[in-house]
Design a binder for this molecule. Structure first.
Ligand SMILES: Nc1nc2c(c(=O)[nH]1)N[C@H]1C(S)=C(S)[C@@H](COP(=O)(O)OP(=O)(O)OC[C@H]3O[C@@H](n4cnc5c(=O)[nH]c(N)nc54)[C@H](O)[C@@H]3O)O[C@H]1N2
Ligand SMILES: Nc1nc2c(c(=O)[nH]1)N[C@H]1C(S)=C(S)[C@@H](COP(=O)(O)OP(=O)(O)OC[C@H]3O[C@@H](n4cnc5c(=O)[nH]c(N)nc54)[C@H](O)[C@@H]3O)O[C@H]1N2
Ligand code: SF4
Ligand SMILES: [Mo]
Length: 731
């Protein structure tokens, strides 16, 4: 591999789904001054990147500092979890995997094999893993952490519009008259998108911003209207708004007649949601509900943005489709400045969906359940008819259950840290402990999940491999390798391909370069909604990022900005579908024993389980400790003062946090950030509390809400200690 040294390498920030373009320079290029903390690599925003135009937030700006801290550099093996690891060669490690796969296959069948991957894979990694598991091995047991993240958006889009794929683009942030932000703390979690929207909002007094969030977040601070609904009442709110729009006649009958079906059932349903009852249910003022509906009704262009406050719910799909209903009844889709826009969490959760990286999907937005889709992929992969199983695979929670029952005998985890990020963590940890053989493919050591691995495989991370990433607005960027690989790390796709070859599938895993993997993947997108046959590594390298749909031979890039501008949807009758749901509320509502609603989320500087950001001094200073937000009224009832330790207990387990008393959270609800696993604090894991009950359609767990009780802990001379890096032990 020749690594360019004389000019900056263009790549993408490896954190959130905004997908900001970065340029990376080595310090020896000396263009950005010296920073003691960042001895070798420096990054700056890439002004030429169409999505971010040179902007970055603190996470992107500091990413280089994490590159060499606590890396997992060699394959490490042990026979049981109570033994220490010993270093082994790649040959030994790969042989061990092949042997484990073959033994399990012979004794238990292929469906005892599972892989749990990540929206932090490149598209090439995802694609090769699908080919290995769903194609060559013949089990659909591949799921990804997107199950915890975007799967409700996927099923909602499919249900309402006939296919996955956010129909909007970032330019819509500059063009909208009304931005409706629901269940998203965009200011902290998608800051560059938020800055763009905020600029437009500030400049134009007529542009309205509505934020729906039980907390007064940084996003809500600048809104024209903040609807601090009770957690889990989103569908009530949306029906209440629809009721008013219908009553006022602020609907678009022409659009509905031409482009939609299902209106009458939905109209009938929303008539039952009187504004008065809705306001009461949501815990907001009637006038505020009316104001929200009025802003929507008056705007020529309404853009809604959403993320985890909507998706992470036991009625996540229903929430998504109910939001899309509002767009359909008012014709707010398929035109500039308008549409339902899901903000993708991880950098390449979008590419993962395109490559079929969930247990019910196949590459090219295909479905496991569709016999024609299976046949197309089997043929393309050179496999016998019927080789791809017709049964959707285990979603991640079913993998955990399978470990409990012994049905899962082999678990391969890559680019995710489930010992922190899955719900009902104590149960997950016990299940992982029972796993007969767990492979964990990771860039860092330690992470909390290392404790549960038999075999650790050192992965090349950002900057050490080349591959593609698709961001929230369907823009595909080539993320290029710019540094030598430390130790013996290998790119994820190469590891999967090598295992495939060793299992005897030489012809399927012929590729030696990531460009070849992408070329093969893109053929499977031909004539599909996410057509990328016009995209190649070469073209991305010479022309820069490209947005799909991008069919081969079509060199124009002008008509891809928005989907559905022709108002033809991907449903069989080409009409978008109204879907009518009554709200079900939270799976675990508060009750006399557990009277508070516990919710959780993210902070601006930290990324998930801190594997990188916990190792960056500036970010640790920004957010040194976990905390529990509690309303002054509730704090008074518990006799709490700021900084007092609170034990939070749910029906499953407990966690404890210092109290942060603030009116930004509604009475009856408490909030803690999700970032502190066992390595970074003592018992501050939010997922000790959460439950795994999930949306029946998307199988996405309701991570955002569970019932808890609170107890003030006695004052201690020293705090129970934010263990910080003190738990970090070198390998
Ligand atoms: N700084 C930072 N940015 C990130 C990430 C990170 O770790 N750190 N992670 C990335 C990823 S993978 C993701 S998925 C996104 C997540 O991005 P967001 O979804 O914006 O982040 P969260 O903080 O998880 O949750 C958003 C909000 O949902 C609210 N909420 C809780 N319950 C409800 C409810 O019932 N209804 C409504 N309407 N709102 C509710 C919470 O109060 C919270 O403010 O962020 C991405 N960006
Ligand atoms: N309670 C609660 N739980 C949640 C959420 C919530 O809001 N509340 N959010 C959920 C959501 S939306 C998400 S996305 C998940 C995120 O949860 P996780 O996926 O568990 O979180 P990360 O810390 O991002 O873990 C990614 C891991 O991949 C490693 N890695 C980075 N790059 C590479 C690479 O190129 N190859 C390999 N092999 N490894 C690499 C990193 O070092 C890191 O350990 O958490 C979910 N859990
Ligand atoms: S907004 Fe997201 S993609 Fe952009 S620099 Fe920040 S973390 Fe990276
Ligand atoms: Mo996510």
């Amino acid at each position: 591999m020749s690594i360019p040294t004389d000019s900056p390498t263009k790549t993408l920030c490896p954190y959130c789904g905004v997908g900001c373009g970065l340029e990376v320079l080595s310090a020896s290029q000396g263009k950005l001054g010296d920073q003691a903390d960042n001895p070798i690599w420096q990054v700056r925003g890439d002004r030429a990147h169409p999505s971010s135009q040179g902007m970055v937030c603190v996470k992107g700006a500091t990413i280089a500092e994490s590159l060499d801290k606590d890396r997992l550099l060699y394959p490490m093996l042990r026979d049981s979890l109570d033994q220490p690891f010993r270093q082994v060669s790649w040959d030994q490690a790969l042989d061990r995997i092949v042997q484990a796969i073959q033994t399990v296959q012979a004794n238990f069948g292929v469906d005892a094999l599972c892989m749990y991957g990540s929206g932090q894979f490149n598209t090439e990694d995802y694609y090769v893993a699908q080919k290995l598991f769903k194609g060559c091995l013949g089990t659909n047991n591949f799921d990804a952490n997107s199950r915890l993240c975007m799967s409700s958006a996927v099923s909602g889009y499919i249900q309402s519009l006939g296919a996955d794929g956010p129909p909007c683009c970032y330019e819509d942030l500059d063009l909208t008259d009304c931005a409706f932000l629901i269940g998203t703390n965009t200011a902290e979690c998608h800051p560059i998108i938020f800055n763009r929207l905020r600029r437009h909002h500030k400049k134009n007094a007529d542009v309205k911003m509505i934020v729906v969030d039980p907390r007064r977040t940084q996003t809500a601070e600048v809104a024209d209207l903040h609807l601090a609904i009770r957690p889990g009442t989103d569908i009530h709110l949306l029906h209440g708004m629809a009721h008013l729009l219908l009553k006022w006649g602020a609907i678009n009958p022409d659009f509905m007649a031409k482009c939609t079906s299902g209106w009458s059932d939905y109209a009938e349903l929303v008539r039952h949601y009187s504004p008065e009852a809705v306001a009461r249910e949501c815990g907001i003022e009637l006038a505020d509900l009316e104001q929200a509906a009025r802003y929507w009704a008056k705007a020529k262009r309404v853009l809604s943005l959403w993320s985890m406050g909507v998706n992470q719910s036991s009625e996540g799909t229903a929430k998504v489709s109910t939001l899309i209903n509002l767009h359909l009844m008012t014709g707010q889709i398929g035109k500039p400045g308008a549409g339902p826009f899901s903000l993708t969490g991880q950098p390449n959760a979008m590419g993962g969906r395109e490559a079929g990286g969930l247990a019910h999907l196949l590459p090219g937005y295909r479905s496991i359940k569709n016999p024609q889709h299976r046949a197309e992929v089997e043929q393309f992969w050179g496999l016998a008819a019927g080789q791809i199983s017709a049964t959707p695979g285990r979603v991640v929670w079913d993998m955990i259950r399978g470990l409990e029952t012994g049905e899962v005998q082999f678990l391969w985890i890559a680019a995710t840290n489930p010992a922190v990020s899955l719900p009902d963590l104590k149960r997950v940890q016990a299940a992982l402990r029972r796993s007969p053989f767990t492979v964990y493919q990771e860039a860092y050591y330690p992470t909390e999940t290392c404790e549960y691995a038999h075999l650790l495989l050192p992965a090349a991370q950002w900057g050490e491999a080349t591959g593609c990433t698709t961001n929230s607005e369907r823009v595909v960027t080539l993320c290029q390798q710019f540094r030598d690989r430390p130790g013996e790390v290998r790119p994820d796709w190469m590891i999967f391909a090598e295992v495939g070859r060793r299992l005897g599938f030489e012809s399927q895993f012929w590729f030696t370069e990531p460009a070849e993997v992408f070329a093969e993947f893109s053929q499977l997108t031909r004539d599909r909604p996410c057509d990328q046959t016009g995209i190649s590594h070469d073209r991305l390298r010479s022309e820069g990022p490209l947005q799909w749909p991008c069919p081969e031979g079509d060199l124009s890039t002008s008509n891809t900005k928005r989907l559905y501008t022709d108002l033809q949807f991907h449903t069989p009758d080409r009409r978008a579908q109204f879907v009518a749901y009554h709200p079900q509320g939270m799976a675990e509502p508060p009750n006399p024993d557990y009277p508070f609603v516990f919710t959780n989320g993210r902070l601006y500087g930290h990324w998930h389980t801190q594997t990188r950001t916990g190792r960056i001094a500036k970010i640790r200073q920004m957010h040194p400790n976990p905390f529990l937000e509690i309303h002054p009224r509730d704090a008074a009832k518990l006799n709490l003062e700021a900084g007092d330790w609170v034990k939070v207990r749910s029906p499953r387990s407990s966690a404890h946090f210092p109290a942060k008393i603030t009116a930004a959270i509604a009475p009856g609800t408490v909030f803690a950030p999700m970032h502190w696993g066992q390595l970074w604090a003592d018992q501050a894991e939010v997922n000790n509390l959460t439950h795994p009950q999930a949306c029946p359609q998307s199988q996405q767990p309701e991570l955002k809400a569970c019932a808890v009780q609170l107890e003030r802990l006695p004052k201690l001379a020293a705090s129970p200690a934010i263990a910080a890096a003190s738990n970090l032990t070198p390998i």
